[in-house]
Design a protein around this ligand. Structure first.
Ligand SMILES: NC(=O)C1=CN([C@@H]2O[C@H](COP(=O)(O)OP(=O)(O)OC[C@H]3O[C@@H](n4cnc5c(N)ncnc54)[C@H](O)[C@@H]3O)[C@@H](O)[C@H]2O)[C@H](O)CC1
Ligand SMILES: [K+]
Length: 510
């Protein structure tokens, strides 16, 4: 699990490293520059040349150190200094002098050679110190870097692609598009939040000497990036002596006339995610249609008619008996009493509950139901549903994803999944987990139903929140990535993700 920091926290780490652990920032820069040189070498072609474009701050300093290491390794290196030399930081100046003492002179941008395939540009213009949109000669430098990349050169960014806001992931115009980003110390939020994340290319985190104690002091407060090993670790290998009861029974309360597929996809996804048994409670008029999608499913016909309401309470409480997790929402017929029905179920059902889709819109009418729940509650809103839950606009939700999601999860004591690029899972204690898997091919009807089924299946198997949920989110995105790898993104449909789940299990030998 990678911790993800803000620029201020990085500076705090650097100062703490110096104050508490005698690790001078000069040594941090030396380590950063060395790692940067190694990354640049790793993507260069045979005999490739290197152009290092340095800004006036410590990010530029990293670039100057990298240039020195590259030269010492016998490579052909050019360095361009952009910005006012008088404004260079002390560390950067020191490293410029070290290069010049060795008979090397930095040049202006226009003097740099044209680069192409096999060559490498090191982007050391700006890092976490960027405070506004690059302009003037800095913008020119970024355009020049883009031109070299278009001509086939690889771009390696020092710490953050220049032009990217390291705290938010916002990309100014212009912003470097990197093939590799070498992140010093820990990950920065802007490297894992869109649109910044896709500007980074391959993200490599390197240790530069910030002490574990310093990092630990920081990492309690910051989002973590979920990695494949973390998600795989949540699912233990199956024991030979296990039986279907071992893997729990999921009750899916979903579906209505015209929306039987939503119920079927949530239910089939739960089956494909390892649940021992899956039952679907749905209106009697559609129960056979829902069951027709998978013979493995069992059905509980809800005899009342119209929207879900208090008339369904007793039948659903009976249906929930002996179940290990509930999933409520995909395709349900929502009406004026649905919120009250869900509140009653949350207060009385002895199993964790996943609320998705219209169950979220129903519970938005009275959020006190969440605190009244007997067991854990998991909400899986997309930004529009989150807007209804919080009374904010979708635009506001997207602009403050981390903060709003954390505030809601802690206020209502729930595990919250805020879907979108880099889906966010937040625990009731406010711990943030950022998901790196998934792709735009998943923007298609039904993928949310699939995720709710995976969540229900993991909870039914006894995996605890929040791990069960950030792992479900990871698996959901990985299934989508594997499916997109086979079928492309444009043609991807939600049932491809259900097939993709099996590719995850074979990949993980589970
Ligand atoms: N934190 C660590 O452990 C280490 C960090 N290192 C590197 O240092 C940079 C951060 O360096 P900093 O000097 O704070 O700022 P930058 O180099 O990112 O920016 C340069 C400087 O430019 C000014 N500035 C900001 N925005 C603009 C703009 N749009 N136009 C012109 N000038 C601008 C501002 O004054 C900035 O200070 C970090 O990313 C790492 O690469 C250490 O070297 C290793 C340890
Ligand atoms: K940079």
């Amino acid at each position: 699990m990678q911790s993800v920091l803000t620029a201020a926290q990085m500076r705090e780490a650097e100062q703490a490293a110096e104050a508490q652990h005698g690790m001078p920032s000069a040594l941090l820069m030396e380590n950063a520059g060395r790692a940067l040189a190694e990354a640049a070498r790793s993507v260069a072609g045979p005999g490739g040349r290197f152009s290092v474009v340095c800004g006036p701050g410590n990010n530029g300093g990293d670039g100057l150190v990298a240039a020195r290491f590259l030269r010492e390794g016998g490579a052909r290196v050019d360095v361009a200094l952009v910005g006012d030399r008088a404004k260079m930081t002390a560390e950067a100046k020191r490293n410029l002098r070290a290069l010049e003492a060795d008979g090397f002179t930095a040049q202006g941008l226009e003097a740099l050679p044209t680069l192409g395939r096999g060559d490498v540009v090191v982007d050391a213009l700006f890092g976490t110190g960027l405070s506004r949109a690059p302009a003037g000669e800095f913008a020119d430098a970024i355009h020049r870097i883009d031109g070299w990349r278009a001509a086939g050169a690889k771009v390696v960014a020092a710490d953050v692609p220049s032009g990217l806001q390291s705290d938010t992931g916002e990309a100014f115009t212009p912003c470097v598009e990197a093939d590799v980003t070498v992140s010093f110390g820990l990950l920065k939020r802007g490297q894992v939040l869109e649109p910044g994340a896709s500007r980074c290319g391959e993200l490599r985190r390197v240790d530069i000497g910030l002490s574990p104690a310093t990092l630990h002091a920081l990492t309690g407060l910051v989002p973590r990036l979920v990695e494949e090993a973390d998600a795989r670790g949540v699912l233990p290998p199956r024991r030979a002596d296990s039986h279907k009861g071992t893997y729990g029974h999921v009750l899916v309360v979903a579906g209505s006339r015209g929306k039987t597929g939503a119920a079927a996809m949530a239910a089939r996804s739960a089956l494909r995610s390892g649940a021992g048994l899956v039952s679907v409670a749905t209106r009697a008029e559609v129960v056979d249609t829902v069951l027709s999608f998978a013979p493995e499913l069992m059905g509980i016909p809800l005899e009342a008619s119209g929207p879900l309401g208090l008339a369904d309470l007793e039948p659903l409480l009976a249906a929930a008996e002996g179940k290990d997790a509930l999933v409520i929402g995909p395709g349900i017929p929502r009406g004026p009493e649905t919120g009250k029905l869900i509140a009653e179920l949350l207060a009385r059902v002895e199993a964790p509950v996943v609320l998705d889709a219209d169950a979220l819109n129903a519970v938005a009418t009275d959020l006190s139901a969440l605190r009244g729940a007997k067991r854990q509650v998991v909400l899986t809103p997309h930004p529009g549903e989150m807007a209804r839950l919080t009374g904010r606009s979708t635009k506001e939700v997207q602009a403050h994803r981390l903060e709003l999601a954390r505030e809601f999860a802690m206020e209502h004591g729930v595990t919250l999944v805020l879907k979108g690029t880099r889906t966010l899972t937040v625990s009731a204690d406010g711990d943030l987990y950022i998901n790196p898997t998934g792709n735009p091919g998943m923007a298609t009807g039904g993928t949310g139903d699939v995720l709710s089924g995976i969540c229900g299946a993991f909870l039914a198997q006894g995996f605890q929140v929040p791990d069960a949920i950030w792992a479900a989110v990871y698996v959901h995105g990985l299934a989508g990535d594997l499916a997109a790898g086979k079928r492309g993104k444009v043609g991807l449909i939600a049932t491809d993700l259900i097939k993709g789940l099996c590719d995850v299990w074979t990949r993980w030998d589970r």
